[in-house]
Ligand binder design. Structure first.
Ligand code: FAD
Length: 380
């Protein structure tokens, strides 16, 4: 057993962090305040191999694997989780194309995303069903050589900035719920697609989130990803990798909270001594540090297993669950340790506090992760 990162991964980690500090820090506050999406940063990141880094080189990626991608996500999220998401989720949805798509689909869709020329979205959640994945209603009906798609999608990351969306649709309503779904690629500019940006998010405000209406949207049947009727299972495998990515976000944000807090309590004094000299302060730092170490173990192991070809769906859910909890916990302590300064925009901890909460909501709520883990424990 070797817990050390390879030299390549160490270099990738360093490069990603340097990129984030140089290219993301100057825009962080502005993007948060103005809900601004930054294609320029995504493009620069792509030039540095940071977009779709998990995609193998033959399809245009950096071939960094899921572990490499988790490390990139961690480093960008130390600086700004929202802008970082625009980089690491620029290929959101492409996980399914890579896992289940035809050779032609992989060649068509993956390389332009990695190059920073195109953006994708994973379009699953609906206004009336999020956690209840089998409750989606969007319908794709065959007509000649096409599918005609009708339905509504909600909270879609990259919704108004994407070029195409991997979309969960019912294609086989006659089958039992779990066998009725399929993943279909919809070009964002197809006739009948209406996209509206959602405003007023609590955190990750640099990330684009949209509601999408699909009205008689016609796409060729060759846009089917994988097998008809297998969409539900394909989506569950999609979460193997994307939950690891989200837990990488949690890791980076938690680390930033700890580092910033350590620095602050060494400088700030109260009652004639640095805050860090008091045991109550040390307890907070200690609890943060232990959780971060445990989370790193979960994230890296879940990522590494995927790279070994032995993904562990339950472990990915554990990493995601624990990641959300750790990030919310660390951000809360970071604000507390900064006192009143933690509550004003001059210090980034208030932003991290707002950003952290999404980690317990998207890519499966914490309750959804509990259901996944709880079921898996009893299935053994
Ligand atoms: C900023 C943002 C970005 C997002 N990006 C995407 C994206 O790119 N693509 C996409 O498809 N979706 C995306 N989502 C949607 C997100 O994944 C869903 O919001 C999430 O899965 C929860 O679904 P819901 O909002 O419908 O809540 P609901 O499913 O209605 O759940 C409400 C509450 O009830 C709980 N609950 C539900 N069922 C049970 C149960 N059986 N037992 C106990 N508790 C339960 C939930 O855990 C939650 O706490 C995004 C959301 C946000 C806010």
């Amino acid at each position: 057993m070797d817990f050390n990162l390879t030299e390549e991964l160490k270099m990738l980690k360093e490069m990603a962090y340097k990129f984030a500090v140089a290219e993301i820090t100057p825009f962080s506050q502005e993007c948060d305040e103005q809900e601004k999406y930054t294609p320029e940063i995504r493009k620069k990141a792509a030039e540095n191999g940071l977009v779709g880094a998990w995609i193998p080189e033959e399809y245009g990626g950096a071939g960094a694997g899921i572990l490499g991608n988790a490390i990139i996500t961690e480093e960008l999220s130390k600086v700004d989780m929202g802008i970082g998401l625009n980089v690491v989720a620029a290929g959101f949805g492409c996980e399914s194309i890579f896992q289940y798509g035809s050779e032609e689909q992989k060649k068509t869709y993956l390389a332009p995303v990695c190059a920073g020329d195109k953006v994708s979205a994973g379009s699953f959640t609906e206004p009336n069903a999020g956690t209840d994945v089998a409750g989606y209603k969007t319908r794709a009906v065959k007509d000649g050589s096409d599918y005609v798609i009708n339905g509504n999608k909600m909270f879609i990351t990259n919704g108004t900035v994407c070029d195409f969306m991997v979309t969960q649709c019912i294609t086989n309503p006659e089958e039992k719920k779990h066998n009725s779904f399929s993943l279909i690629i919809i070009p964002a500019d197809a006739q009948g697609v209406t996209r509206n940006k959602l405003h007023g998010k609590m955190g990750i405000r640099a990330s684009d989130t949209a509601e999408i209406a699909l009205e008689d949207v016609r796409v060729p049947q060759s846009n089917l990803v994988g097998k008809e009727g297998h969409g539900f299972r394909e989506l569950m495998h999609f979460f193997d990798t994307t939950r690891v990515m989200v837990s990488g976000q949690a890791l980076g944000l938690s680390e930033a909270c700890l580092e910033t807090s350590v620095k602050y309590v060494k400088e700030r004094t109260a009652f004639g001594a640095p805050l860090g000299s008091y045991q109550l302060t040390q307890m907070k730092l200690t609890e943060m540090a232990i959780r971060i170490e445990a989370l790193r173990g979960l994230v890296y192991k879940a990522a590494w297993l995927i790279d070994q070809g032995t993904p562990d769906y339950t472990l990915a859910a554990m990493a995601k669950f624990y990641g959300g909890q750790t990030a919310v916990f660390c951000a809360n302590y970071a604000v507390e340790l900064h006192g009143g300064y933690g509550y004003i925009e001059e210090y980034p901890v208030q932003k991290w506090y707002r950003d952290a909460k999404i980690l317990e909501l998207y890519e499966g709520t914490k309750e959804a992760e509990i259901m996944t883990i709880g079921r898996a424990l009893q299935a053994k």
